[in-house]
Design a protein around this ligand. Structure first.
Ligand SMILES: *Cc1c(COP(=O)(O)O)cnc(C)c1O
Length: 410
């Protein structure tokens, strides 16, 4: 028996550094000629990987630490996982990436990798709610103290640092309230203090924000959203700088975390069309955001790409584009009026998650869970995801919905 062809996996990849981004999205992580010319990597369903000899079995133990991508065991990486992980690391501009079974798993795995009992964590008040639950639950139980900070704090985060502050967690923009954080200002202060900067970069995807150019040490993606892009798989990724990689790798292996092969496959397939999908999401979202801005029922549109919207200046300075998710602050109205609007939508679905090809619309009233800064919105918030449908159909549906809202008589 010969050792499988996988031992030199990835060796045939073209040099991507001379190629432009859209081309790198297509090529990164793939090596078709290693698998008889198949365009997509095969889906490896595996736990046990047999060795040819005792010598080979023993030699395997150190392969991962040496950075060698060779199959040793199902959980420590397969060509299916590397196809995605290498592609995400390439596009985000980090050193290496590890896939997790969910975005939340990636968030909690990354936090566990860089925190220990007695540490102090600075967490943005705009964070994804389940991340907050983890901080207030398991992290607290294991002796990590969390302070929530104003997402717009910028360099003033200095005043919140304590000698034991080891992690500053950012999420920009917040996925319900869309504050755009000054990541480079926060990173400069955090690094001077010796703290790591973690970022949930799901909104922009690896395409529209390059975290490692702005001082982020560890970037997290809920791959469930735009990377998968079709509302049919769960996945998370954590990408790090070279310096932060050993801690992430060690912690991930201790936790026994990995993603399932079918979801990894769907994610790497979705990844190939990320750029075309996101540009379409962006252009439709911008058109609809502008249109909503002019509506009398709408008090404010929270879309950083919209000129004049909160966070637009920093977004323009740091981001390369905007995705299809944004917020709408309505003029104050009855809860039943919103129910009337949402229950009658024909194209906009109601459901959690986002980043798929379909449009979604849900209430986003997170005021009860914010703790660092007083809630500043007077009207109710909706969260909208603009999918890939025809934009005039989407407008018609929203137009009818806003009419129901306006005409509601309780
Ligand atoms: C959805 C989401 C997550 C969690 O992803 P799951 O795959 O659903 O666990 C984390 N962060 C943000 C910003 C998200 O929107």
């Amino acid at each position: 028996m010969t050792q499988p062809v996988l031992s030199t996996l990835m060796s045939k990849l073209p040099d991507l550094s001379s190629l432009r981004e859209d081309t790198r999205i297509i090529l990164s992580g793939r090596d078709p000629h290693r698998y008889g010319g198949m365009v997509n990597p095969p889906v490896f369903h595996v736990s046990t990987v047999l060795a040819e000899s005792i010598e080979q079995l023993n030699a395997r133990d150190h392969l991962e630490d040496l950075g060698v991508q060779e199959m040793v065991y199902g959980c420590t990486g397969t060509p299916t996982s590397w196809a995605l992980e290498n592609a995400v690391a390439e596009l985000e501009g980090g050193h290496r990436c590890l896939a997790y079974s969910t975005g939340l798993g990636a968030v909690t795995g990354a936090l566990l990798a860089f925190l220990k009992a007695g540490d102090h964590l600075l967490m943005t008040d705009s964070v994804y709610a389940p991340t907050r639950r983890f901080c207030n639950g398991i992290l607290k139980r294991f002796g990590v103290e969390t302070t929530y900070y104003d997402p717009l704090i910028g360099a003033d985060i200095r005043s919140l640092l304590r000698p034991n502050t080891t992690v500053v967690f950012t999420e920009s923009p917040g996925s319900h309230t869309f504050e755009v954080q000054d990541i480079p200002a926060i990173a400069e202060v955090a690094h001077a203090h010796g703290a790591k900067v973690l970022m949930d970069n799901t909104w922009a995807s690896p395409l529209f924000f390059k975290p490692f150019e702005y001082g982020v040490d560890v970037s997290i993606q809920a791959g469930t959203k735009y990377i998968c892009g079709h509302a049919d798989a769960m996945l998370g990724t954590v990408t790090t700088t070279k310096e932060s990689w050993p801690e992430l790798q060690d912690c991930t292996r201790q936790l026994g975390q990995c993603a399932g092969p079918d979801d990894l496959y769907l994610a790497q397939r979705g990844f190939r069309t990320l750029a075309v999908r996101l540009r379409h999401h962006q252009s439709s979202a911008l058109t609809i955001a502008e249109w909503l801005q002019s509506r009398p029922e709408v008090r404010q549109v929270l879309y950083p790409a919209l000129p004049g919207a909160p966070g637009h200046e920093i977004w323009k300075r740091d981001f390369l584009g905007a995705s299809g998710l944004f917020g709408i602050e309505l003029e104050p109205c009855a809860e039943e009026a919103i129910a009337d609007m949402l229950n009658g939508m024909r194209l906009f679905g109601m459901g959690y998650s986002w980043g798929g090809y379909e449009s979604l619309l849900i209430p986003a009233n997170v005021q009860k869970i914010r703790t660092a800064v007083p809630w500043s919105f007077e009207g109710p918030l909706l969260r909208i995801h603009i999918g890939l449908e025809d934009i005039d159909d989407l407008k018609d549906d929203l137009n009818d919905g806003l009419k129901r809202l306006r005409n509601f008589r309780g």
